[in-house]
Structure formats: structure tokens, C-alpha cells
Ligand binder design. Sequence first.
Ligand code: FAD
Length: 316
Amino acid sequence: SVQQASKPKVAVSPLVLEDVEEPPLNLYKPKGPYTATILSVDRLVGPKAPGETCHIVIDHGGNVPYWEGQSYGVIPPGENPKKPGTPNNVRLYSIASTRYGDFFDGKTASLCVRRAVYYDPETGEEDPSKKGVCSNFLCDSKPGDKIQITGPSGKIMLLPEDDPNATHIMIATGTGVAPFRGYLRRMFMENVPTFKFGGLAWLFLGVANTDSLLYDDEFTKYLQEYPDNFRYDRALSREQKNQSGGKMYVQDKIEEYSDEVFKLLDNGAHIYFCGLKGMMPGIQDTLKRVAEQRGENWEEKLSQLKKNKQWHVEMT
Ligand code: FAD
């Protein structure tokens, strides 16, 4: 007989976070932000990753509740360079934890932040005077530092939970994986009495190379513990080649499994896209080509998916 993998789930609290019908929205606005505290900042990527991405845990003391898939705003310290005398503008970051946070107590939120750096297009040299204000502030912050947050915001990427046996196909590039980390912890790590996931979650993650993978240990563990409920496919653009010998992008992985993906969509699967705006045209082209090869009209299919609320996109 096959041994059932042991899958003890983590207790979460406070369970009142399940009781509200509607997600919390804009509890704190730019004119009256909440002052939270940085708990930890950890580099997520290996030495050979191009660029730096950090996992940042923020203590909000339970005062800025949110749901999986929402974002926080962060107001970096300092003056808005475009409007001297006024504070910096808010930057949005997708929350990478569940509503219970990484400590399962409802008091923290985690962000997955990529440092924005600037390379001079002429010389190819990094120009530190033009580096991103907020992402560098966050990645350079230290435990105990104060941080001004707003939100939570966003309803597009909330996890539909009416059917606990639904299929969720998640397509992420880079830090776009943040909301999906939250979904997957809720599905596979936490013991949430009112949400017992028994469906299929399928994550496609695109990054540059093995060292750039984000939360890979966590995802690999779900694969071992829930082989019937989780699939995980990685596209490493600088390490793998696609079928035509080019770089392996996330859409090439989707194409590899397009038969299954299209069947799942026909059966009502949700599909989510999160990451850089630049990734969307390539993905749409691939989906359109696949649909045409199957003798289907992509525009019609897409409008049907949108109408059925199966199509969820958040690009930055
Ligand atoms: P800014 O200071 O705003 O600069 C923007 C860019 O301009 C940078 O690349 C910078 O290098 C460049 N720049 C600066 N000065 C110059 C100059 N003089 N000339 C030319 N270029 C210049 N990001 C994440 O990392 N993780 C997330 O989970 C995430 N989620 C998001 C969710 C949503 C809904 C949205 C809208 C955005 C999200 N972002 C996320 C992006 C994030 O909001 C910021 O845009 C990003 O961190 C860059 O902000 P910054 O303050 O560091 O850069």
C-alpha cells in the first residue's frame, strides 16, 4: 500500500479574520499612514541571480489586516523629488503572506521586493543616483526600523474560495509570485477551518536562473506533500532553452502544457497572471496561437473567461 505523506498543518489565529464578508480596503490612506515596524529583511536569491530580491516581514500589530492577493502601499522617507516639500509618493507591493502572516498570528505581513537599479544605456554602468527610492529603502532597512504603510488595496487578485475544489492556474514572473505564495500557504500550510482546499493549484514561475528562484523550498515541499493537488513548473530564461532553441520564458512552459491548460480552463479553472507588464503580450500571443491551432477563436475565448470571472491579471 502507498504510504500517505504526513501533512501536519499549522494552526492559525485569530480566526475572526475569517468572519468578515468583505476584504478590508484602504484602512490607512497616504495622508494618514500606519507606522509599522520592520521585523526582518532576508535576501531571497543566490549569488548568481542578476539583481537582488528580499523577503521583508513587517509587524503591523494586527492593525492593518488584509486578505491574500491584496497589496500594501509603502511611503518611503524623504521628499518627493518632483514636488519638494511634500512626502514621497506611495509605492504598491503585493503581500506575499496569508492574512495570518509568516508567524500565523495575524500580526505581520510579508513583502517580496526587488531592488530597482538603473543602468546607463550608453555605458551599461550602474548609476546609483537613479536607483529606485522605495525598493532600496525596503531592502536596506533593518529590524526595528519604522515604515509608513497604507492600504490594504486591490480586489482583482483575491482568491475565489466559493469552490474549495476549484483549479487555480498561477502564472508569475519574478516578484509576481508574491500573491501566489500567500494562496499556496493558505491552501497547503495553514489549518484554516473554513477553507479546506481539495482542488488543483498549478504554479508557473519564470525567473532568470536557478539562483533567482523565489520560495522554491516552500513550493517543492507542497509538491512532495500534495502531489495530487499541486503542480509547479519553472521557466529559467537564462538556463533553459525552449523548443525552438530560444530562451525559456514562462509562456513556453504554458505552451508545453497547453492541452491540459486549455482543458482545465474549459472546465472552469481560474487563471492568474502577476508580474511585469512586459510579460503579458508574449503570453497573450502564445495563448492566441495555441487557441488557433486548436481551431478556437482566442478573442471569443478570452471574453468568455473574463465574463465567467476566471481571468485575473495584475501587472506592474
Ligand atoms: P522609483 O524611485 O519609483 O523609480 C522607478 C524606476 O525609475 C526605477 O527602476 C529607477 O531605477 C528608475 N529611475 C530613477 N531615477 C531615474 C532617472 N533619473 N532616469 C531614469 N530612470 C530613473 N515591486 C516589487 O518589487 N514587488 C512586488 O510585489 C510589487 N508589487 C506591486 C504591485 C502593484 C499593484 C504595483 C502597481 C506595483 C508593484 N511593485 C512591486 C512595483 C513597486 O510598486 C515599485 O514600482 C518598485 O519597487 C520601484 O519603486 P522604487 O521606488 O524603488 O523606484
